[in-house]
Design a protein around this ligand. Structure first.
Ligand code: SAH
Length: 225
């Protein structure tokens, strides 16, 4: 995985993790406090989705529910895409803004402090590609992403071991939300035990329901059929 990484990119990836572990002492961004665990479960895991991001149509990228900027910041560093980091917790976004400045990436990466549902009302169909890790179930992710994506845009979902039920429900409701399953890949991180799956959906049509629904509904009462 490291073969096509420049020295500058490696430095930025390391600095991002270092800054997050530092900030984490005062602002709760992640449960991980250890450098090696952070390299594996944050940096390397984030980059597991890089090939999917590189395949997505050109244009603006957003990481929804970004927390400490994972996978958004590593993917921005590796892809050079214009990137928007979204989180509803204001103090997380304030901490991330400082991190982005210290990385010198303020021209490439911007932030939105607010709910994903509100962003989609303000900037509908404005994105070519979205990622989400540890945010919600697949049905909720499909619903949250759909109104933000341009036609042909990709939703890249990071999952560890989705159960068959979650995959089936996502399949059953995707059409209603204007989304369609495109492809997935899976594998293990370098510890050979952490299993990861990347599942990609494409925005293909107008949703059959008005989106976004009221704030909170997508995550509290996701569509089941
Ligand atoms: N993606 C990060 C963080 C996951 S925790 C990682 O994998 O490490 C989920 C994050 O999503 C939290 O920071 C939470 O504040 C944010 N979040 C949850 N629902 C949201 C919503 N509807 N709109 C915006 N942010 C949301």
């Amino acid at each position: 995985m490291n073969t096509s990484m420049t020295v500058e990119q490696r430095k930025l990836l390391d600095l991002h993790l270092q800054l997050i572990l530092e900030v984490n002492k005062t602002t709760n961004l992640t449960r991980i406090t250890d450098w090696d665990q952070g390299q594996l479960l944050h940096v390397e895991d984030s980059l597991f989705g890089l090939s999917a991001l590189l395949k997505a149509p050109e244009g603006r990228y957003a990481d929804l529910g970004t927390g400490g900027g994972f996978p958004g910041i590593p993917l921005a560093i590796m892809s050079g895409r214009q990137t928007l980091l979204v989180d509803s917790v204001k103090k997380k976004i304030t901490a991330l803004e400082s991190v982005i400045h210290q990385l010198g990436l303020q021209d490439q990466i911007s932030t939105y402090a607010g709910r994903i549902e509100d962003l989609s009302l303000q900037q509908p169909e404005s994105l070519s590609v979205i990622t989400a890790r540890a945010l919600s179930s697949l049905p909720s992710l499909l619903e949250l992403a759909s109104p933000l994506l341009q036609y042909g845009g990709h939703l890249i979902c990071y999952k560890s071991n989705p159960d068959q039920d979650e995959l089936d429900t996502a399949k059953n409701i995707s059409h209603k939300l204007g989304m369609e399953y495109s492809y997935h890949y899976e594998g293990y991180l370098s510890d050979n035990t952490t299993h990861r799956m990347i599942i990609v959906y494409t925005k293909v049509s107008e949703p059959e329901v008005a989106l976004p629904r009221r704030v909170g509904m997508a995550q509290k009462k996701p569509f089941k059929s």
